[in-house]
Each structure stands twice: as C-alpha cells, then as structure tokens.
Design a protein around this ligand. Structure first.
Ligand SMILES: [Zn+2]
Ligand SMILES: [Zn+2]
Ligand SMILES: [Zn+2]
Length: 518
C-alpha cells in the first residue's frame, strides 16, 4: 500500500479572509494582540579570508593615486584589541539600536580582485581594485621610488589596450598613422614631464590566475543592507536573506562594521494598532540608511500570496483586499524615501499568483512604478518555496553585491545557470525601468532544457498516449524539439517550438574534468 504522510508546507501560498488595513475605519475579521518584532544585528567583526596554514592575511591601503607600500595586519590588530578587551582594559563595542551611520572608507576595494584574498596589496591609480603584490614578479622597486609611482591594475590595462586598439583601427581606416599602444603589462608608471612612462625596463610577470571574473571587483566599500519583512508564521531560521547575510560577512572586515547590516521586521498585522507598530519597526530597521545615500539594499518580502487572487498576506490569517493596500501598509512613503536614496532591489518571496493572476500582476506593475526603487524580482511558481532560491540568491549576492557586476542579461544568465533547481521550480520575473520610472520593463527568465523543459515548456513525466513514465525521447529538428514516446505501440509525439522573440542566454562557461591520479 502506498504511504502518505503530512509534512509542513514550505511554500508561500494559501487563502485567508480579506481585509483592509492602515485606515482608521478598517474593520478586520481577526483581532489579535500586536506582534511586531524587530531584530537587528551588526556585522560581527570578521578576519579577512585567508588560506588555511598561512599567516593572517595582511592588507594595505594608501591615499588615492599613489602606489601603495604600506602594510597593516588587520588580523593581528583585531586579536590585540580583543585580548585587551578580555582583560577588561577597554569595553568591547556593543551594537546599539540604531547603530551609528556606517563609516565610509577610502572607497578602495579591500581584497585582491584576482584571488579575493587580503595581504600586501597594490592599489590601482585608475579604479578601486587592488592586487596582491606577490602576484606580480618584477625588479625590486625601493620604497622611496614606489611612493612616487602610479600602479595600473590588469583590468585597467586590458581595457585601455582594447579601447586603444579600436581607435587605432578607426585611424588606420582613415589612413592616419596611429600611435600603437604598448600591450606589454608594465604596471608601474612615473611622470616624466608631461608624459607618463613605464618605470621598469621589462614587463611585469603576472604569476596568479583569475579566481573570479576577469573584471570582477571585491566591492565592499559601499554599505549593504539586507532587510527582511517576514510574516510571523513563515520560518526565520535558514531563510534566504539570513543565509545571504552570513555568506557576505567575511567580506566586511573590522573597519567596516556597520557596512553590512541585517534587519528583520517580523509582521503579523491584524488591526491599525499593529500597523502603527509595524511602521515604527520599519523606520527603526531603515534608520541606519537614512543618513547617507548610495548604499545597496536587498529588501526581501517573505509572505503568503492568496492562491487565487495573488494579493498578499498582512497576517497569518488576514490577506489584503488589494495589493495597493498591502504595499501602502508594508512599505509606507517615508520608508520609500529612504529606499530610493540607495540602490534597492525588492525580492518578493511569495507564491506565483502575485505575478500569474492578471489583476495582481497589473497592480504589481503599477506599484513597482510608484515605488521607484532600482528593481523588483518575483517568482512565478504556484507554490513558491524560497529554499529553492537559496543558491540563486547566494550567487546573486556574490555577483551583484560583492563583485558589483553590471545587472545585465549576460551576468544574470550566469547567476541563473548556477542556481541548481530554481529553473525547474520557477520562472523569475524582473521589473525595472529604463527611464527613471516613466515606464516599466518586465522580463521573464525561463529555464529551457531539451530533456525537461524544451523551450521553457514542461515535458510531461508521463506519456499522454500510453501513460508510461519517462518514455519521451526528445530530439531537435530545425530548432524545434520533437518528443516521441519510445514505448512499443505508442505513437505519442509532442512538438515544442521556440517562441518568437525569446532570446537564448548563455550560462556559465567551462566544464569540470575528471582525471585519474596515482
Ligand atoms: Zn584598475
Ligand atoms: Zn591576490
Ligand atoms: Zn506513450
């Protein structure tokens, strides 16, 4: 006999009585005690990442423009501080509420863009990247000379040479004699009258491979806020935002305490009193971002969506009557003002009716325009489970927050292709505006795979002709996928055509090799 068992639902759909909140006349079916909780924590001090078995990573900084030759041992300084604190010499810093504004630093990256490690680093005079000195082999440069030189990182050199090559081609076509750029990597330059000349007689030898993307950064100098608005009945432990926060911590070192903040606002709103408390909690959560501009906020909304209408839940037992009312209550205008001062991405961790139900989708688009934040992401899965999106968000944070990659189709395809089962589970909807929220652009990202989702459509597990399981053999013919049942006597054939206008995005490059080792 087949066994069934009941386990807790992790998806974010359901039904509940509908009500309106945030107006003094609103009457609701449920009256419960207010239960708005706010959690907050600062990034706890972390040592910079370092390979096991080496001395603590050492980092260095310098003033803008000058080649750097100053070494600082962050790890040791931290240990000393802690040792003193342990002896009762000085009080350890206790996070207060709200914490002081994040300290801005020199705007330079903290870790080498080739290997993500810290240590003795050279600071590019042209961009915020830094490069570990040991990656570059060259004749020794005395410290007094080094301080007068400018250092150009590999990324800037490559961009410069490529840009110059294009110009040379244009000039060649015009019949002009173009001055060829030297493609040799000289790295260190000195000013010689009006000219900038290579300091060393021979090219610098690069001894390290890329551990990350060719033009990646380790961009931790702009504060990052991870804000979660969570319906009380949905699980907090292991939630996507918290996992992302934990994963990013090692990139935000001692001096940047406050540059990575995590705030969780738990809501279960049933009446206007709850709403008032919720607003206070939201403003407290965002307080640290109210005193400056240009940070990066990942705002996660984790709540149920009504399975039929797609409207969102205010509380465990109360769904909003309209999406508009929900947004007005959950993200009040004064909070929006703060969010707009930063690069804010709103992630809707709710069931897909939000974007599948026509009325909700139209309302969401209208609200996205009125929010005027950087972008909004939603998921189309009917019974969306946020856990399926955990790998996606981890890679997303690495790519778009740590590396500060451009948010474009190429980079997004890279992230999506590394997102494990997200593509099988859900389409991803991205809303943004090309023109400061005059108009809205919506793109749907759909996973396509010959054997499972030919051109984004579901290949049935079961043959529609003979009811056998997994008997479709799929081949590509003239750009279409033809699925033929291989079962004897069955003639079921399904055809999947590429939709006009669909753009195929290429994912990550490379394959893993397996090699036998003695
Ligand atoms: Zn550079
Ligand atoms: Zn390095
Ligand atoms: Zn069949």
């Amino acid at each position: 006999m087949a066994r069934t068992k009941q386990s807790a639902k992790r998806s974010t759909g359901g039904t509940a009585p509908k009500g309106e909140l945030g107006t003094s006349t609103a009457s609701t079916t449920v009256q419960k005690a207010a239960d708005v909780i706010m959690r907050e924590q600062d990034a706890s001090p972390q040592a910079p990442s370092q390979p096991v078995g080496t001395t603590p990573a050492r980092r260095a900084r310098s003033s803008t423009g000058a080649a750097l030759d100053q070494v600082k041992d962050a790890g040791q300084a931290t240990r000393k501080k802690r040792a003193v604190a342990a002896k009762g010499g000085v009080k350890q810093r206790v996070p207060s509420s709200p914490p002081p504004p994040p300290p801005f630093n020199d705007g330079r990256d903290k870790f080498c863009y080739l290997c993500h490690n810290g240590g003795r680093c050279l600071v590019c005079s042209n961009c915020p990247r830094v490069v570990c000195s040991p990656h570059l082999a060259h004749e020794p440069i005395p410290a007094h000379e080094m301080s007068k030189l400018t250092f150009v990182c590999l990324s800037c050199h490559i961009r410069y040479v490529r840009g110059h090559r294009k110009e040379e081609k244009v000039e060649d076509r015009r019949g002009q004699q173009a001055k060829k750029a030297d493609s040799k990597y000289m790295a260190f330059y000195r000013q010689d009258g009006a000219d900038r000349v290579a300091h060393l007689p021979r090219a610098v030898q690069v001894t390290a491979p890329y551990h990350v993307g060719h033009h990646a950064r380790v961009y931790t100098s702009s504060p990052v806020g991870i804000i979660l608005f969570r319906l009380r009945t949905l699980p907090g432990e292991g939630s996507v935002p918290r996992v992302v926060y934990e994963a990013m911590k090692p990139y935000f070192v001692d001096e940047e305490v406050g540059n990575l903040v995590y705030r969780e606002v738990v809501f279960d709103l049933n009446n206007d009193e709850d709403v008032a408390k919720h607003h206070t909690a939201i403003m407290e959560a965002l307080a640290v971002f109210s005193s400056f501009e240009g940070g990066r906020i990942l705002l996660f909304v984790y709540t149920h969506a009504d399975e039929e209408t797609g409207t969102l839940f205010f509380g465990a037992n109360l769904a909003a009557q309209t999406l508009r009312n929900w947004f007005d209550v959950l993200i009040p205008e004064e909070a929006r003002t703060i969010l707009r001062a930063h690069s804010t991405t709103l992630f809707m961790l709710c069931c897909g009716a939000l974007v599948a139900a026509d009325a909700a989708y139209e309302e969401l688009k209208a609200h996205c325009l009125s929010l005027r934040i950087t972008r909004l992401l939603a998921f189309e899965a009917g019974a969306f489970q946020a856990a399926f999106a955990t790998p996606f968000f981890l890679i997303y944070a690495y790519k778009f927050i740590i590396e500060n990659a451009n948010f474009d189709d190429h980079q997004l395809a890279n992230v999506l292709s590394q997102s494990l089962y997200l593509g099988r589970h859900s389409k991803v909807i991205v809303m943004s505006s090309p023109d400061s929220w005059e108009t809205l652009t919506v793109a749907e990202y759909i996973w396509s795979s010959r054997g499972s989702r030919p051109w984004g459509e579901v290949l049935p597990i079961q043959c529609v002709g003979c009811s056998a399981l997994r008997t479709y053999d799929v081949v590509e013919k003239k750009g279409n996928y033809i699925a033929t049942c291989t079962e004897d006597g069955c003639s079921s054939v399904l055809e999947f055509k590429k939709r006009e206008g669909d753009v195929v995005l290429k994912g990550v490059e490379g394959n893993w090799l397996k090699r036998k080792r003695e």
